[in-house]
Design a protein around this ligand. Structure first.
Ligand SMILES: C[S@@+](CC[C@H](N)C(=O)[O-])C[C@H]1O[C@@H](n2cnc3c(N)ncnc32)[C@H](O)[C@@H]1O
Length: 243
């Protein structure tokens, strides 16, 4: 017989998931109506990230940012300051097409798509995931054309060129290399999540990022956003900008 904990797990998650998606939708609206100058300010962006909340993750990886973690619910799987600082850099770049590999809850994608489309009217944003079902965030109505595509990998987009690609799917070295080959290499801006993540292991994204910096030395600029409140090696965002 299932325990009480097992019995209430699903309805609790469904309820808190609906609540978190509601918060996300409100912030997407606020961003769509924000002054464009605000979207170049780290403090504003960080406050919006905290307002949406972080994905429930009991591994203790958020440090002091744990106060912004949503209770048993989806959210941004990010360290707030890392993403805010990365978004400040992206705010200075013209971006009209954006592909995210690895949707998961779709909260990072929704936040980024809202910011980037406010800054670059007409932006087309797409997120793909190998998983066969869409997250609840896919039901949000955006002002900009956004596409949530389930059951897809970067193999399906190998002929397309995007201004910005975020690689955050399968973190194994072979898949990061494959995603980069398929869609990252051609993109003027390629963003990687977990370049400094001790949980995914040094032989995965961190290794690929280290090698890329050597391989493309002189042809691209590399920016890193590694802040963690406890100076822990968690997540880390890298952005490669072609010269
Ligand atoms: C770390 S999560 C993505 C987190 C998300 N970008 C965010 O910031 O909230 C990784 C996701 O990649 C998906 N995934 C795994 N392998 C993949 C692949 N080869 N292609 C696309 N998505 C993949 C998983 O199903 C999972 O949802």
């Amino acid at each position: 017989m299932p325990s009480l904990k097992q019995l209430i797990k699903k309805p609790v998650y469904a309820l808190s998931s609906r609540f978190a998606t509601g918060k996300l939708e409100r912030v997407v609206r606020e961003i769509e109506n924000a002054e464009r100058e605000e979207l170049s300010r780290g403090t504003f962006l960080e406050a919006k990230i905290r307002q949406i909340g972080l994905r429930y993750d009991p591994r203790g990886l958020y440090g002091e940012d744990v106060d912004d973690m949503n209770f048993h619910a989806p959210g941004l799987w990010q360290i707030p300051r890392q993403l805010a600082e990365a978004m400040v850099l992206l705010a200075s770049q013209p971006i009209f097409s954006f592909l995210e590999v690895g949707t998961c809850d779709g909260f990072t994608f929704s936040f980024m798509a809202a910011c980037l489309s406010r800054l670059n009217p007409g932006l087309k944003a797409t997120t793909i995931d190998i998983a066969p079902t869409l997250p609840t965030s896919a039901r949000i109505v955006f002002k900009t054309p956004v596409a949530f595509l389930a059951g897809k990998t970067s193999d399906a987009f190998a002929d397309e060129v995007f201004d910005l690609v975020l690689i955050d799917g399968n973190h194994a070295y072979e898949w990061v290399a494959r995603d980069y080959q398929n869609v990252g290499r051609q993109a003027r801006l390629c963003m990687f999540h977990d370049i400094n993540d001790r949980f995914c292991g040094d032989d995965a994204v961190p290794k690929f990022w280290r090698e890329l910096k050597i391989e493309e030395l002189g042809r691209a600029d590399f920016h890193e956003f590694l802040f963690h409140s406890n100076s822990d090696r968690v997540m880390g965002i890298g952005i490669r900008i072609k010269r």
